[in-house]
Design a protein around this ligand. Structure first.
Ligand SMILES: Cc1cc2nc3c(=O)[nH]c(=O)nc-3n(C[C@H](O)[C@H](O)[C@H](O)COP(=O)(O)OP(=O)(O)OC[C@H]3O[C@@H](n4cnc5c(N)ncnc54)[C@H](O)[C@@H]3O)c2cc1C
Length: 426
């Protein structure tokens, strides 16, 4: 029997993860991606002749599925992962480190607080109490800002710990994130395993990993949006925006929620609900090239600033990441570059006297999709056995992250393989 022909619509991490697994299971996989680039929100492009990522992406050691995806793409060497959780934090020119101690979780983090200069003793005790409460409480209710207030966290503790770690993790202000999602992140990263919160990032442009992931697919159609889908007894017919029709045995739709809604038409027919209940949250990166040479960190956090994290991408090149950046995302580039340079050069003593050589900004108004309270995130399985859905925003148990995207794609592949008769004949 010929291998089943499977289409994957959407060449982000979710679609690529599904495509790798389906190819590995013997299917003939055809990928359709609207953009000319692979990787979706985790991709790279050129600015003034330099390749930069669409936005700086980090993962933690607990993101095992994302790490596995990069390994399956044959790019394991492209990843950097810390040996232990070790973070530099600046506030108004004062530098301090949070470095995991050699103790079991969560004591590794609590002990690391002893030397943390941005939080007084009272704040450290508050933080320890909140961490233990998060370990105990099964289902924290309401938004996380309220939860923190109910658990006695002062403005100082929020500013020195919760803001820099949670706002980028969930790409939302504390008032807009659910306490349950925040608790999941804290537990997974800090409370069970001493090594889980180690930071990692790609040493190569993300697009290189995505290209490698697509290497063994039967075909990759770039700049080709899927514009219509029709299911019938024998399979699925897809129409592309350039008016080509093709038929497949099954399809993975690995699209953002609104694009999926448009393609499904009557989403309820597929048992998919609530697609209109996702709010996009912006992420912006400001790239600064300066004449101050190499600084003494790979990456650091900044307190009391619209910039949460700074990554040193090369000598004299800083990439500043701004999460929940809705207020800034439409500011003209010159203004935002000037403002962020003033922030960063004011906060890092090493930059005293340095001059900005060049700046650029990458903007993602749709950085992540956050479900409104009460939304049921859809599972991979739909009412039609030939159609599975994937995407970082679907019901993976994780917030909208690379880890969630890979998990969703793998689950979509598993569901299609499980519920279609052709899988037994592969
Ligand atoms: C600036 C930025 C920084 C981030 N930082 C981090 C981070 O540090 N850590 C982390 O874990 N996550 C981070 N994220 C989130 C992470 O990038 C996403 O969770 C993940 O990449 C989503 O993958 P996905 O495949 O689910 O969706 P997407 O990447 O959105 O992929 C969907 C794809 O579908 C394509 N598409 C849309 N319509 C059609 C159509 N009709 N036909 C064909 N194709 C179509 C799109 O072009 C896109 O390529 C960040 C995101 C951004 C934007």
């Amino acid at each position: 029997m010929a291998a089943p022909r499977i289409a994957v619509a959407g060449g982000g991490l979710a679609g690529l993860a599904a495509a790798i697994d389906l190819t590995g299971a013997g299917c003939e996989v055809h990928l359709f991606e609207r953009s000319r680039l692979l990787g979706g929100r985790a991709t790279s492009f050129q600015i003034d002749g330099r390749t930069v990522d669409n936005g700086q992406h980090v993962f933690l050691a607990c993101c095992t599925e994302f790490i596995g995806f990069v390994e399956r793409a044959g790019m394991a060497d492209a990843l950097y992962l810390q040996d232990r959780f070790d973070v530099t934090v600046y506030a108004h020119g004062v530098r301090s480190e949070l470095r995991a101690a050699n103790l079991p979780a969560p004591w590794h983090l609590i002990a690391s607080m002893a030397a943390y200069r941005h939080l007084g003793l009272g704040g450290k005790l508050q933080l320890a109490r909140a961490l233990f409460a998060l370990a105990r409480e099964r289902a924290p209710q309401g938004n996380f800002a309220d939860w923190l207030r109910r658990h006695g966290q002062s403005i100082e503790t929020i500013r020195a710990f919760w803001d820099p770690f949670m706002v980028p993790a969930l790409n939302a202000p504390l008032e807009a994130m659910s306490a349950a999602e925040a608790a999941f992140v804290i537990r997974t990263a800090f409370l069970y395993d001493r090594g889980a919160a180690r930071f990692g990032y790609s040493k190569v442009p993300l697009a290189q990993i995505m290209e490698a992931a697509a290497r063994d697919l039967a075909s990759v159609r770039r700049a080709t949006a899927v514009s219509a889908m029709e299911t019938y007894d024998g399979g699925v017919r897809l129409r592309t925006a350039d008016a080509h029709d093709d038929i497949f045995d099954a399809v993975v739709l690995a699209l953002p929620p609104r694009a999926l809604e448009r393609l499904l038409g009557e989403a309820a027919r597929f048992g998919v609900k609530d697609l209109g209940r996702y709010e996009a949250s912006a992420i912006m990166d400001v790239h600064l090239w300066h004449d101050g040479g190499r600084l003494d960190f790979d990456f650091c956090a900044l307190l009391d600033s619209p910039v949460q994290w700074i990554f040193q991408k090369g000598d004299g090149y800083l990439c500043c990441s701004l999460s929940a950046a809705g207020a800034l995302v439409s500011t003209p580039t010159d203004d935002v570059v000037g403002a962020i340079w003033r922030e960063v050069s004011g906060a890092l003593p090493e930059l005293r006297g340095a001059k900005l050589v060049r700046g650029a900004a990458t903007r993602n108004p749709e950085g992540t999709y956050n479900a409104r309270p009460g939304t049921v995130r859809p599972a991979a399985r739909t009412l039609d056995p030939r159609v599975a859905i994937a995407g970082s925003w679907t019901a993976t148990g994780w917030p909208d992250t690379m880890e969630s995207a890979v998990r969703s794609g793998r689950e979509a592949a598993r569901v299609l393989l499980e519920q279609n008769a052709w899988t037994t004949k592969l």
